[in-house]
Write a protein that binds this ligand. Structure first.
Ligand code: F6R
Length: 608
């Protein structure tokens, strides 16, 4: 949420920062800007409402500065506009700040500064930071790092910031508290960014700053301070191919990531299948067999698609391991004063590993003495660090705001967890082997579904003209319906509501009409006939039905059918979700929407 890039080194900084902002644009895209130290101890700022391309088009040709900070915004305080775009300056134009997060006491600080005669140029919470830092300079001889440190002492809320002082173009100060910030350490150059994607084309040597860290960056290196004292932060070498951040032949990131799912699932399984004992090997969980046996309940926490993948995970754990399991939106959980049980395994799910609500839920569990592990995409992220143990997805970076491959990789991670928990208990070796065979078949079967994209595209092109849809499914199909509806809302902006099919007749059936069709998830399981009954009820009321299931003969009951290959019944939901991703994607493309940057949304929600 909001992208930050900063560069200090020997190369021209502006093209580098603009390129980094383009790579970070999925974190927020309502305005963009950058600052470079100018002659005469003033800052030169270029910023605009709109996209990074709009900013690039406005930049003067020759900008030779070798120090710059930049930002792409997702508005919290103040509408998207030129003046509210970052960077923000103090009155003298000496200090420039870019910020990701929310200054919660901004109104109070603003009032105080206004009373002192400061005139604000924008409506943002960030601008108070620039004025406060300038005030510290005015208060006495101090360097930028001290001025920033003292200022942050007055701030309540979350931040990842980068600060430049025009009189000291040889250093940038960055700090983090609750919003991600990483350093990239190159040859006589240092970068900072809110996400790896802006760093990996320059260096793989990365420092994950921790909450409370403040770092001074210079061309020759960096120093990290914590509570005013030096702190050691040694760079790690990250294992990500820069190509992972190239779009290649795909028209959109969402399309690329949908098509990467066979490989993502393959990677999620690699090294984790134990054929000898027909189980899954999950070394990162850090649980002994005895501790594993003592788990009496599993509670899964996440937001959005991560929560829905957790619901599918809960279903897998309960069905395969026969351990009671449930999932809950992380923010709901943390605010309802949950009872934390010693024999419950709490699992936090997050692609970015930075989602504020999920991180707070983790801290709530820990504060009450519970055991929480992560199912996380980004290695070294805040949630991964806070949990200390868990399962990494290895799905590769996800750039599209809408989660697709991460959702699927998370479901696979939970299938592995369920297998592991089940085999420590009463799941038979034969069932273990059956599920392992099913897991191994998934990549090929996903590829098979993706090969039928043309048919799904045609259905989507026809159905995109409806004002909204209902998604229904029973038990194994219910979560599939919920995630399918979320995808359609997010990228196609069509109203889509998901209901357990059994609930339709208790109310939502009143919505059925020829222009509000139903997407029905109908696996070939023991509930198939009941699902067909639901389809008949819809058809009897002039409704149209798109069935997603295993049996081509569903076309006798429904108007349209998308057929997916059969796997094991427990794992079928993983496959049933894939056509619904493509349905949402192609509906959005048909409607001419910006698929990768859906309106009002941003990836990695690091604010409440
Ligand atoms: C939906 C989507 C969001 C995220 C949610 C959690 O397509 O992308 O609902 O799943 O914001 O994000 P992470 O997984 O980064 O915690």
């Amino acid at each position: 949420m909001c992208g930050i890039v900063a560069y200090i080194g020997r190369r021209p900084a502006v093209p580098l920062v603009v390129d980094g902002l383009r790579r970070l644009e999925y974190r927020g895209y309502d305005s963009a800007g950058l600052a470079i130290p100018d002659r005469g101890d003033k800052m030169a700022v270029h910023k605009t409402a709109g996209r990074v391309d709009d900013l690039a088009a406005r930049l003067p040709k020759r900008l030779t500065a070798t120090t710059a900070i930049g930002h792409t915004r997702w508005a919290t305080h103040g509408v998207p506009s030129d003046v509210n775009a970052h960077p923000h300056l103090d009155t003298a134009g000496r200090v420039a700040v870019v910020h990701n997060g929310i200054v919660e006491n901004a109104a109070e600080l603003r009032a105080r500064l206004t009373a002192e005669g400061v005139v604000f140029a924008s409506d943002t919470d960030t601008e108070v930071l620039a004025h406060l830092i300038a005030r510290e300079f005015a208060a006495g001889e101090r360097g930028l790092a001290d001025a920033v440190r003292i200022t942050l002492g007055h701030i309540a809320g979350t931040y990842g910031i980068a600060v430049l002082d025009a009189t000291r173009p040889d250093e940038i100060v960055v700090a983090r508290n609750g919003s991600p910030l990483l350093l990239g350490v190159g040859e006589r150059e240092v970068l900072a960014a809110s996400d790896l994607s802006a760093l990996v084309t320059h260096t793989r040597r990365v420092v994950h700053l921790q909450d409370g860290d403040l770092a001074v960056l210079r061309a020759g290196g960096y120093e990290v301070h914590r509570d005013g004292a030096p702190a050691s932060r040694v760079p790690e070498v990250v294992d990500i191919e820069p190509m992972a951040y190239e779009l290649g032949p795909h028209p959109h990131w969402m399309h690329k990531e949908i098509h990467e799912q066979p490989a993502a699932v393959e990677r999620a399984l690699t090294g984790r299948i134990d054929d000898r004992f027909a189980t899954a090997h999950l070394g990162g969980l850090g649980l002994s067999p005895r501790e594993t046996r003592e788990i009496r309940r599993v509670v899964i926490l996440g937001c959005g698609s991560a929560y829905l993948a957790g619901r599918l995970g809960a279903q897998l754990v309960e069905e395969i391991a026969r351990i009671p399991a449930s999932a809950e939106p992380a923010a709901e959980f943390r605010y309802r004063n949950p009872v934390i049980e010693p024999d419950t395994l709490y699992v936090a799910v997050s692609q970015s590993g930075e989602t504020y609500d999920t991180l707070s839920a983790v801290q709530e569990v820990q504060r009450k003495g519970g055991r929480v592990v992560g199912v996380v995409g980004m290695v070294g992220s805040a949630i991964a660090r806070e949990c200390g143990s868990g399962i990494y997805l290895h799905a590769g970076p996800e750039v599209s705001v809408t989660s697709t491959k991460t959702y699927t990789a998370t479901a696979v991670a939970f299938a592995l967890l369920a297998l592991h928990l089940g085999r420590v208990r009463d799941l038979s070796p034969a069932d273990g082997r059956r599920l392992i065979a099913g897991l191994r078949a998934l990549p090929g079967q996903i590829a098979e579904i993706l090969a039928s994209e043309k048919q799904i595209r045609e259905v989507a092109a026809r159905w995109a003209s409806y004002p909204g849809m209902l998604y229904v499914g029973r038990v194994r199909g219910a979560v599939v319906a919920s995630e399918g509806a979320l995808k359609l809302k997010e990228v196609a902006y069509l109203h889509a509501e998901a209901y357990p099919a059994s609930e339709l007749k208790h109310g939502p059936l009143a919505l059925i009409s020829p222009d509000r069709p139903v997407v029905a998830v109908i696996p070939d399981d023991e509930l198939r006939d009941k699902n067909l009954g639901t389809v008949a009820e819809v058809k009897a009321r002039d409704g149209r039905v798109l069935a997603v299931g295993h049996d081509p003969e569903l076309k006798a009951a429904a108007d349209e059918v998308l057929v997916v290959p059969r796997n094991e019944p427990e794992l079928d939901p993983v496959l049933l979700g894939i056509p619904l991703q493509l349905l949402a994607y192609h509906a959005a493309v048909t409607l001419g929407h910006d698929v990768d940057r859906p309106r009002n949304l941003a990836k990695s929600v690091t604010v409440e």
